[in-house]
Write a protein of this length. Structure first.
Length: 280
């Protein structure tokens, strides 16, 4: 197997950590970004030749640009870029603070956009490569109490779907990864919760509180198996535009899209009624 070089953001935990350990175990080289090097001290010690940790806050656009330039200068070729850094924020829309909104958009949406923009010229000049963007089935399905998270995931999915068409001719494949619930720190550790208002306690806006409590049952998704499927997807040609991981996520996505399609089809006559008559 030919050794690949991967650039992955946000590898201190969750999918990023699983992706990194699996790739290193099979002999690939990983450039992984973190905000705290102590979180990956074990990987630095275990894989001194193939693991390269870099400090990065994805809300710093200038830092993203500098990191990308540094990595391509040092390693010459990067085969796969995985935009993984992100987190969850839960609460009704009016419970969220301005600072929470700005931070989430800067991390989950703008950070991902700027990383992709920064790597495209390098992938294009080297003749191609792959970009995987971590999204969620929440990029297709919306739930109460998740409005800002959905805003970032629906936003990045539209961006990637457009950019994928722009760069396909340069040999750059792009995949939106849409995992369902998984047993990672995203749900059971790093998820942030707004300052809750009691008025929403008996409404769907606070239903997420049950999901965040492991005592109510753990998510069905195995993050290690999900990471393995992401890695395997790099060998698919052409690159799959979307990849849903988790049976519940796929069922929910299909059900939602069927309802959405039926709603659109019911509007056929009204939509046509706004056109100019044929020939005018």
């Amino acid at each position: 197997m030919t050794q690949r070089t991967w650039l992955i953001t946000g590898i201190s935990s969750g999918f990023g950590r699983h992706l990194t350990t699996q790739l290193l175990a099979r002999g690939d080289r990983v450039i992984g970004t973190v905000r705290d090097l102590t979180k990956v001290a074990d990987l630095i010690a275990q894989y001194p030749e193939t693991f390269h940790a870099e400090l990065l806050d994805v809300t710093n656009t200038d830092a993203i640009g500098r990191l990308v330039e540094h990595c391509f200068d040092r390693f010459e070729r990067i085969d796969v870029v995985i935009s993984n850094a992100g987190y969850g924020l839960f609460g009704a829309a009016e419970e969220l603070s301005d600072a929470q909104i700005e931070q989430m958009i800067a991390t989950n949406l703008v950070g991902s956009i700027q990383l992709i923009r920064a790597v495209i010229p390098h992938l294009r000049s080297q003749g191609g490569g792959r970009i995987l963007q971590l999204s969620s089935y929440g990029g297709q399905v919306a739930f109460a109490g998740n409005s800002l998270y959905h805003a970032t995931k629906w936003g990045i999915e539209g961006f990637v779907e457009s950019v994928a068409q722009e760069v396909a001719g340069f040999g750059i494949g792009m995949t939106i990864v849409e995992p369902g619930g998984a047993r990672t720190e995203f749900r059971y550790g790093s998820a942030q919760v707004a300052k809750l208002m009691s008025i929403y306690d008996d409404t769907p806006a606070h239903a997420f509180l049950r999901m965040l409590d492991p005592a109510n049952g753990l998510a069905a998704g195995d993050p290690a198996r999900m990471a393995a499927r992401m890695i395997e997807s790099v060998d698919q040609h052409p690159a799959p535009l979307r990849m849903v991981l988790g049976s519940q996520a796929l069922d929910s996505t299909i059900s939602t899209l069927r309802k959405r399609l039926a709603d659109f089809e019911a509007q056929t006559a009204r939509a046509a009624s706004t056109d100019f008559p044929v020939g005018q």
